[in-house]
Design a protein around this ligand. Sequence first.
Ligand code: KDG
Length: 321
Amino acid sequence: MLDIVAMGEPLVQFNAVTKGPLRYVTYFEKHSTGSEANVCVAAARLGLRSGLVTKLGNDEFGHYVLNWLRGEGVDVSHILLDDEHPTGIYFVQRSYPIPGVSDVAYYRRGSAASFISENDIDYEYIRNARVFHTTGITLAISESARLAALRAMREAKKGGALVSFDLNIRRKLWRDMGEAIKVMREALSNVDVVFMDEEEAAIILEQRGIDSIFKEAEKVFGLNKIIIKRGIRGSIAKWENEVSEVNAFRVPVEDPIGAGDAYVGVFISSMLKGMGLKESMLRASAAAAMVVMVRGDEENLPSEHDLELFLGSVGHDVDIR
Ligand code: KDG
């Protein structure tokens, strides 16, 4: 039995070595990324057993991602290779036009992962996990991936796994927000733990203000495990009857992409290790800070040892920029 099984598209990231508009960037650095893959690596770094369900192109980038995930200790036994379609890639533009903010240019339409379908999935593998995790990205990349992910969520629940879901709205992947709202709301009825930011809550739940978000999520979807990620303002969560808030660690930002996944991966892993809500949030927040200090989503995901060192050396609330 695995601790976390996630489903979603790994992507090769080409991160601009220099800041500014991509048309002027000459050098790019290659990284293995993708929201759900990031969560798997975060868990594996902390010593948990994680596995990814996906499809990669049977191409150079597909083999790069496969080797990377295997090397990180993620179970890759349920990653399929597709001879017909390529591995998805994207480019990251950094600190332009807004300092400290990154933008992405996807080249993923028609990728191998977008061709995953219900028939490709071993639902037994998913039912047997302690946690099943996916995100709104998987629901957005294609109709077949969406159906497969929605079914995976139902099967996971049937098997007794905790279903974790990050709304992760990527505007570039949705035809229109009306469709996103409909699909996300369908997904939420099978979710146990949900991660979102306030903008996503405003779109999907049509609520602003933390209390209203908590109330609406519980009233409409029966959700009582809700984590709201607030970027530099930290995070606030409701876990059954407990509500907790932590600040973010202020660190020098190289590239903020991947912070949310670091948070999710370390939060779930910490809860699975039996830690309390506040401690799990603090550790998640620390991991998110560590990840934004470098380019790439996974390189700085911490081991237990390094997380302890970070927490011990960087005072909470201390701005070290
Ligand atoms: O959360 C980070 C991810 O967004 C990044 O790795 C790329 O998975 C990705 C996506 O679909 O945007």
